[in-house]
Write a protein that binds this ligand. Structure first.
Ligand SMILES: [Zn+2]
Length: 159
């Protein structure tokens, strides 16, 4: 998994994803990373729960927007690589709702916590007992100077 983050284009897409966060509310935000050969691209998709109380605990992509975006990308040879969403008021620990409602169907899922400034990934793979489960890994953000820029933007926007 670590080798994946040697891909500068994936790191750039993750940067886009983290920076797409508005940092001005309690609702979860998110989107998807698409892959085409060695290219990666992030698409922000509105939370279909926006405006409802549980948008603070659950990101689910607006089905029409993700449907259209996925179809457009697919026609150009892109595949859906990973989901991405934020936990504005919590750690990057995946919730039961994430596991049941969001992660289903995606091999790789990212969660970013603006409060702890940690980006975690969850990859579907077999555990020691041969059971398919999401294995957590932390993305090595400290290796990237852009993460300090994001911290600056976040602080600046809050002042
Ligand atoms: Zn979540």
């Amino acid at each position: 998994m670590k080798d994946l983050f040697k891909n500068k284009k994936l790191v750039a897409a993750l940067k886009e994803a983290v920076k797409s966060n508005t940092f001005d509310g309690e609702e979860e935000e998110g989107g998807f990373i698409f892959k085409k050969d060695e290219e990666f691209a992030f698409e922000k998709i509105p939370n279909k729960n926006s405006g409802k109380a549980f948008a603070v605990v659950l990101y689910e992509a607006d089905p029409i927007k993700i449907g259209r975006t996925d179809y457009k990308r697919w026609k150009d040879g892109w595949t859906l690589f990973a989901s991405f969403h934020t936990h504005p008021g919590a750690s990057t620990m995946a919730s039961h709702l994430d596991l049941q409602k969001l992660f289903t169907g995606y091999q790789i899922n990212f969660i970013y916590s603006p409060a702890s400034r940690i980006l975690s990934g969850y990859k579907l793979e077999k555990d020691e007992e041969g059971i398919m489960a999401y294995q957590a890994f932390e993305v090595p953000m400290k290796d990237y100077s852009w993460h300090r820029e994001v911290r600056y933007v976040e602080k600046h926007e809050r002042d």
